[in-house]
Unconditional design. Structure first.
Length: 601
């Protein structure tokens, strides 16, 4: 059974031929198309209808089902007058898999017919189809889907592995100038395992499942969008993260030129955060980025640029306002986190921000910052700013020769401690902190403050108002209610510090004021977040200090320069966030020289 054009004949055909005047109807129950290459395609349910065969041009309408290997069906579709493969750019021998489908075509039955005016339609379903060679630079394997080809366009829809990644493909290829716009739409679902194999550089930034949609229209640019809702997103150097389940989307336009990929119109958007700008990748790695607007927390208003610098990155931040609480959590969570590396690239950060927001509604102005780190190991930090009171603040962290030192000075101690979420009950005062030690070990040093107030400190109020076991009065009752702890002035605060991996110990601590004083020592918190602090609390400190300053009386009663005449010994023990307070009642009436007998050991 010969059809028409250059389409190979159908052999072993079973069918019926009917004549109705000048009309001819040919039906085909079954048959096999044998190609010159030796490939075969099964044909069935076919008809060839010719109307008015006596009037030229004589054209038949072919309608037939086909079934065979992908390479054989592709070869069949490549013959005139259909020639559906001429614009696809895929050779039959490049295909594997199985195909079933339907072919409708106007078949010229005489010479001289203009084939460009003939109509035809090829609709194929395929399964397990793979391409031996890259298609538009992509490896396509194990594809299940459909392809529909007519004189204007080829439309491909498939679920396949794209470069080994599960994908959904929707492609439109125009076959003539007046055809539809060229379109490439790809949807990917990327989990941790797939990203680790295909994009290992994203591991420190992204965890969880991400849905990615790629739309390529016309030229070389691709519109990319991704749903990050089910993923965790981390920006380690900023101390910022988005948890899984928090809605977020990112869109950008991707263009490629050689080894360089540019992501323009980059827009990361969430309910309380957004990042807008552009990114340049070279060989898949970040080369540079410029973000004109970065809002990681409400109120942020900064611009950020990132450039590859050697084996690391240089980051520049400038703008009007930045919420620094995430950064503060990262830097103050523990010293040991600043002495361990995660193996990620080195980074340096310079910042010039008009207003920086910290904890307890505290703000710093005129921030200047230089910071360098490798992974989570801080190599250098230099900060200068001014508190809301106008007082200067400076912080520095330096490393070298296996040693590390941390220093802080401020003319408004309360402001910087509130800003850093270290202590919220101090107002005013000056503070100096100096710590040093090996870069991979604990830091030791001292903190010294002067001329400050402690306001509404609950632990201080508890020491004064708690009635000790075995006694019938509190310390405040013992001194006739003269202790007001709502606002207490201190002339000096001092402690020796030992800060290591997961712990903070204090020694020889003292708070000295005109009305109240206390000594303290012990573990402020350990690796299990437990506290064990002991000390002596002295009311009417100014009066008691007079005795301590008298050479003879002080030697007998004062028991040292920073010990008073009367007081209580106390112990804070238990969970560091909510320790239990114990007071030794016997020390209430004991002279200073005997007080140490009753102190907790």
């Amino acid at each position: 059974f010969d059809s028409a054009g250059r389409i190979p004949p159908i052999r072993d055909a079973v069918g019926v031929v009917g004549f109705h005047g000048n009309d001819v109807d040919i039906s085909l129950s079954s048959g096999t198309v044998y190609m010159p290459s030796g490939r075969t395609v099964a044909a069935s349910n076919g008809t060839l209808t010719v109307k008015a065969a006596n009037r030229p041009p004589v054209v038949g309408a072919l309608d037939i089902d086909v079934d065979g290997e992908a390479s054989a069906v592709a070869e069949l579709a490549s013959y005139e007058p259909i020639n559906a493969m001429r614009h696809v750019g895929i050779l039959p021998e490049d295909l594997s898999g199985s195909v079933t489908g339907h072919v409708k075509a106007d078949i010229p039955l005489q010479s001289g017919v203009d084939s460009s005016k003939l109509d035809w339609l090829v609709s194929l379903d395929y399964s397990g189809m793979s391409l031996a060679k890259p298609f538009e630079g992509q490896i396509v394997t194990d594809a299940d889907g459909s392809i529909t080809v007519d004189p204007e366009k080829a439309v491909i829809s498939a679920k396949a592995l794209l470069n080994g990644i599960p994908a959904e493909l929707d492609l439109v290829e125009p076959l003539r100038d007046d055809g539809p716009a060229r379109s490439r739409k790809v949807a990917l679902v990327l989990d941790d395992k797939i990203r680790a194999a295909a994009m290992p550089g994203l591991k420190p930034l992204l965890a969880g499942t991400v849905k990615v949609a790629i739309d390529k229209n016309g030229g070389g640019a691709q519109n990319v969008s991704a749903d990050l809702t089910n993923a965790r997103l981390d920006i380690p150097w900023a101390g910022w993260s988005k948890g899984a389940g928090v809605p977020a989307n990112v869109t950008f336009v991707m263009t490629k030129s050689g080894d360089t990929t540019t992501l323009s119109d980059f827009d990361l958007d969430g309910k309380t955060f957004s990042v807008v700008g552009s990114i340049v990748l070279v060989n898949g790695a970040l080369s540079s980025a410029r973000f004109s607007k970065v809002t990681l927390n409400r109120g942020d208003d900064v611009a950020v640029s990132v450039k590859r610098s050697g084996k690391g990155y240089a980051v520049d931040i400038s703008g009007n306002a930045l919420d620094a609480r995430s950064l503060i959590k990262q830097f103050t969570s523990d010293v040991d986190t600043a002495t361990k590396t995660t193996g990620s690239d080195a980074i340096s950060v310079s910042a010039d921000v008009d207003q920086l927001t910290g904890f307890h509604d505290e703000q710093l102005s005129n921030l200047k910052l230089d910071y360098s780190a490798a992974g989570s190991r801080v190599n250098g930090l230099k900060v200068s700013a001014r508190a809301s009171s106008g007082a200067a603040i400076s912080i520095s962290n330096t490393t070298g020769a296996g040693q590390r030192s941390l220093n802080m000075q401020s003319a408004d101690a309360g402001a910087i401690l509130r800003f850093l979420n270290i202590y919220e009950h101090m107002e005013g005062g000056t503070i100096t902190l100096a710590l040093a030690g090996p870069s991979d070990g604990s830091l030791k040093g001292k903190v010294d403050t002067s001329n400050f107030f402690v306001v509404n400190e609950p632990k201080l109020a508890s020491i004064v108002s708690t009635t000790p076991a075995g006694d019938n009065r509190s310390l405040n009752q013992a001194v006739k209610g003269k202790l007001d702890t709502s606002r207490v002035k201190f002339e000096r605060g001092y402690a020796e510090i030992d800060k290591g991996s997961g712990y903070l110990k204090l020694a020889n601590g003292v708070l000295r004021g005109p009305r109240i004083g206390t000594t303290f020592q012990g573990t402020l918190y350990d690796q299990d977040n437990n506290m064990d602090m002991t000390g002596t609390f002295m009311p009417v400190y100014g009066l008691n200090r007079i005795f301590g300053e008298l050479p003879i009386v002080g030697a007998l009663l004062g028991n040292g320069r920073d010990r008073g005449l009367i007081g209580v010994t106390y112990r804070l023990k238990g969970n560091a966030n909510k320790p239990l307070l114990d007071i030794n009642p016997l020390s209430v009436i004991a002279p200073g020289i005997f007080r140490s007998i009753f102190e907790y050991r």
